[in-house]
Design a protein around this ligand. Structure first.
Ligand SMILES: [Zn+2]
Ligand SMILES: [Zn+2]
Length: 361
């Protein structure tokens, strides 16, 4: 048990050497290269059409001390270390095994459609490529669905607000996620990818293979190389509008972190943007937008320390559930009301139709 906790904790802490982690040196290197291109792109534009930091020169823009040493960023660094033990070391041990989900779906398919007798098609290189995409799509849809619910269900939002409470974005902000948030997403990802696995086995009567690069699904590996780390950064990398309907650009995820009402509950996607497009939550920037990050414009950041990042969501979610179960009898005391007010605006902002914002349809 202790060995397992130690190994999982170290695996997370050694992220720069793990190809499946976004912090893998290769992915960081590609993000740095892309950032340099972005700097040169903006440095030739007039002052009002470029990020403020560009005037600090290339090094000053990429490694802006006001961002990398900001209190929020320093919280992220500490949170990463602590969560490597709390989440990766301990809580991640309690995932339901993929084989349990697989067995459930395998049984369900046979019950619904009868036991398979012949393979619908033979396994080949094409089926490996197709399954590689299916596995990536299943993971991506699972993240979209979970992310949508984390914004729409108040009790879940309290945990997800930990990620949104970052006031500056650095490559480490991706690790600023509450263990409950991570566990929920991870469980839905395992469930949906095993549904894809069971479906493939049912149709082909054989076990699938995934095409991988350094042991990582090739689709995800390529996605990481194409500047994934810039989504949690101040580097504005926007794709052409047509591509922003297919892939989530770093700029699109940055708008997801924005405290502007027009950006609320937009761009839930991880890799692919068409889930957002299909379900009416897509926002496509039409040029550089100066953004402020956080939970709310009106209220101060409710998370002053790493301890609060862990415990405050439980307190808030408890009051949320208690008030649902026993109604007004469980109404929080006055200080707790103000706590809830801090995170409520993101959930309840009136929204303009998505077509108006993004030029869709
Ligand atoms: Zn979110
Ligand atoms: Zn994010």
């Amino acid at each position: 048990m202790w060995d397992s906790i130690k190994d999982s904790t170290l695996y997370q802490l050694m992220a720069p050497f793990v190809p499946g982690q976004s912090l893998f040196l290769f992915h960081l290197g590609s993000a740095l290269l892309i950032s340099i291109f972005v700097y040169f792109y903006f440095s030739h534009r007039e002052a009002r059409a470029r990020p403020d930091g560009v005037s600090k020169g290339m090094f000053g823009y990429l490694f802006d001390r006001d961002i990398w040493l900001h209190k929020s960023a320093r919280q992220d660094y500490l949170y990463f270390v602590v969560n490597s033990l709390v989440y990766s070391g301990i809580i991640a041990q309690f995932y339901i095994s993929g084989s349990v989900f697989y067995g459930f779906f395998d049984f369900g398919l046979s019950k619904l459609f009868g036991a398979p007798e012949t393979a619908l098609f033979e396994a080949s290189f094409s089926t490996v490529i197709i399954y590689t995409f299916v596995a990536a799509l299943a993971m991506d849809l699972a993240i979209y669905i979970t992310h949508y619910l984390q914004h729409k269900i108040a009790a879940l939002w309290h945990f997800h607000s930990v990620h949104h409470s970052a006031e500056v974005l650095t490559v480490m902000t991706v690790y600023r996620q509450h263990p409950v948030d991570l566990f929920l997403t991870g469980t839905v990802v395992v469930a949906l990818t095993q549904l894809g696995h069971a479906g493939y086995t049912y149709l082909t009567l054989s076990q699938p293979s995934v095409h991988g690069i350094m042991g990582v699904n090739s689709v995800i590996f390529v996605f990481f190389i194409l500047g994934y780390n810039l989504r949690h950064s101040h580097i504005w990398l926007s794709y052409p509008p047509w591509l922003s309907y297919i892939l989530i650009s770093p700029a699109q995820h940055q708008t997801h972190h924005s405290i502007e009402a027009k950006h609320f509950d937009r761009n839930f996607g991880f890799m692919f943007a068409f889930w957002d497009w299909m379900f009416g939550t897509l926002y496509v920037p039409r040029g550089y937008e100066k953004l402020e990050f956080g939970i709310s414009k009106e209220e101060p950041n409710p998370y002053g320390s790493v301890t609060e990042l862990y415990l405050t969501p439980f307190k808030r979610a408890w009051h949320e559930l208690a008030s649902l179960v026993i109604g007004s009898a469980a109404t929080p005391s006055s200080d707790k009301k103000s706590d809830q007010a801090n995170v409520a605006p993101k959930l309840h902002q009136p929204k303009e139709p998505v077509e108006k914002q993004s030029g869709l349809l």
